[in-house]
Design a protein around this ligand. Sequence first.
Ligand code: FPP
Length: 243
Amino acid sequence: MDGNGRWARNRLLPRTAGHMAGVGSVRKAVEWCARKGVKALTLFAFSSENWRRPEQEVSVLMGLFLSTLEKETRKLHENNVRLRVIGDRTAFAPELQARIAAAEKLTAGNDGLNLVIAANYGGRWDIAQAARRLAERVQGGGIRAEDINPDLFQSELCLADLPEPDLFIRTGGERRISNFLLWQLAYTELYFTATLWPDFDEQELERAIDDYAGRQRRFGHTSEQVEAWAQSAGSVSQRPLRT
Ligand code: FPP
């Protein structure tokens, strides 16, 4: 969700005003995805590197996270959204940690949109903590080192129970992954737009999805194979493409 700072600067406003406007785009994106039957939406709200920002900006971001959870959790629950937060939450204030836990508990049984907020998250952290857990399981005798393969590794990552993302969208003109879902993005289609996050609306989201729909995902297979499967009415995503 890049571009909040520039959106504010263009209006001679403090950067934090951009983050506040960014919450509006978060709301719109969540509503759109819930309405359209999207299975999972993961938003990168705060990276493990964002602590390097000025103290006042970090504090506003934490405050916005807390107030948004306070305001929106009930509505999310009413709309069958399951909310969860990935990242190292131990660095957050106890009040924020408690609010996150309460929102996750309230919405845990919902089976509509899986809304994931990545906060104090980093893809390398995710991979490192999966490696640590596997090492502990080996040490404890539960598994052998030779049992470790991509499937087992994946099962220890933050989003183990969700499908890998189909589409990655980065706003604000940057063309980097910036330590987002590093493992999970292996086969994801990447979409970059210059639109600043506070200006990102439903039309922009539809444009990204239309662009995605025009792509051919081959997962290592040939175009001919993929086209033959498409003609035989099977969905490409249902084929054993990753073998
Ligand atoms: C990046 O833009 C944006 C962030 C680091 C924060 C994103 C946070 C929100 C949209 C609001 C809070 C989110 C939730 C889920 C309640 P930038 O600041 O790097 O902008 P710039 O590239 O223009 O400087």
